[in-house]
Design a protein around this ligand. Structure first.
Ligand code: 3PG
Length: 335
């Protein structure tokens, strides 16, 4: 199958020849059709082979990445024909947006598309921590019948760090749990009625740190958020607090987290995202009250279908000159 069989034959892209380079694994039935296109060069390990990737990028007009390919100024400079970078996901910390803007390369991302998936995973992790579900499962499966009490969420304070799409969905799902919801987000702009509909009060970072029984971390990785949760912050948290991390791993200082878990000050932590991915096995794996998942909060059949739909639409638009649905940089369409 080929995209050039579409009616967009006369477009600029058709004339220069479309080459779609995918440098990371995009798996599953959803992506089969895309991978099979004649225009597509699917090299799932290329993100890790810088020079080979630069070589391939000399001809690429569209680059499709997830979170591993470092799309920095140097890579962009090595891509003379690039018109569109598609982020098959949400986080943009691996893409230099200003370098793309400067070269008039459009960037499209699936903002908000996996928010429900992330929120459901967040809730799952919090419930698993609060009721020691993983430990109870492992013990029961090994023949041990150990009945220890967990903690109800009802009546507790759930603090969110970051109040973007995934936190908003988490707040919505929490309606019915009877928790008191607070959130810190220096960029959030909501009317009172919007906040009322989420049932969330926007508060300071200090309030989330000091008042929460459960803290879910939804923040992206930026210079301002790196190691935001460190020894000083952990020590100001309530004893027994549960931490669920689903934004970016760099927000939590893992060495300080381990110390705070060892001291017994933290009640538990569930990390879907890590400072380094995949992480090396270390001390975190040894705690009964730590749950680790491999950055899968946003990955469901439903979210991948929705991401692919947006990505395919924007690749087609790069061909036809139509407005890009997922445009996040200054270029909104490709003429
Ligand atoms: C995202 O940013 O969309 C999620 O963290 C998932 O990232 P990934 O698609 O690179 O796995």
């Amino acid at each position: 199958p080929s995209l050039s069989s579409t009616s967009a034959h006369n477009s600029h892209q058709a004339r220069v020849g479309l080459m779609i380079l995918i440098t990371e694994d995009v798996w599953g039935a959803q992506f089969e059709g895309l991978r099979a296109l004649d225009e597509v060069c699917y090299e799932p390990d290329l993100w890790n082979q810088r020079e080979a990737m630069k070589e391939k990028l000399r001809n690429a007009t569209v680059l499709v990445v997830r979170n591993r390919t470092k799309v920095d100024a140097e890579l962009i400079a090595a891509s003379p024909n690039l018109k569109l970078i598609c982020r098959a996901g949400v986080g943009l910390d691996n893409i230099d947006l200003s370098a793309a803007d400067a070269r008039e390369i459009a960037v499209s991302a699936a903002l908000g598309v996996n928010a429900i998936s992330v929120a459901e995973h967040t809730l799952g992790l919090a419930l698993a921590l609060a009721r020691n579900i993983i430990t109870h499962d492992l013990q029961t499966e090994s023949g041990k019948w150990i009945r220890t009490p967990g903690m109800e969420l009802r009546g507790k304070t759930w603090g969110m760090l970051g109040f973007g799409a995934t936190a908003q969905c988490t707040a919505t799902l929490l309606q019915g749990f009877g928790v008191n919801k607070i959130a810190y987000d220096p960029y959030a702009k909501f009317s009172d009625s919007q906040l009322q509909s989420f049932g969330v009060e926007l508060v300071s970072l200090d309030s989330v740190i000091e008042k929460s029984d459960i803290i879910s971390v939804h923040l992206p990785h930026t210079p301002a958020t790196k190691n935001l949760l460190n020894a000083a912050e952990f020590s100001r948290m309530k004893k027994g607090v549960l931490i669920v991390s689903v934004g970016r791993g760099e927000v939590i200082d893992e060495t300080d987290l381990i110390a705070a878990l060892k001291s017994g000050h933290l009640g538990g932590a569930a990390l879907d995202v890590r400072a380094s991915e995949p992480p090396t096995i270390g001390e975190l794996e040894l705690f009964e009250n730590v749950i680790l998942t491999p950055h899968i909060a946003g990955i469901t059949h439903e979210s991948q279908s929705a991401i692919l739909e947006l990505l395919a639409a924007d690749i087609m638009s790069s061909y036809t000159g139509a407005e890009l649905r997922g445009a996040v940089g200054k270029i909104r369409s490709i003429s």
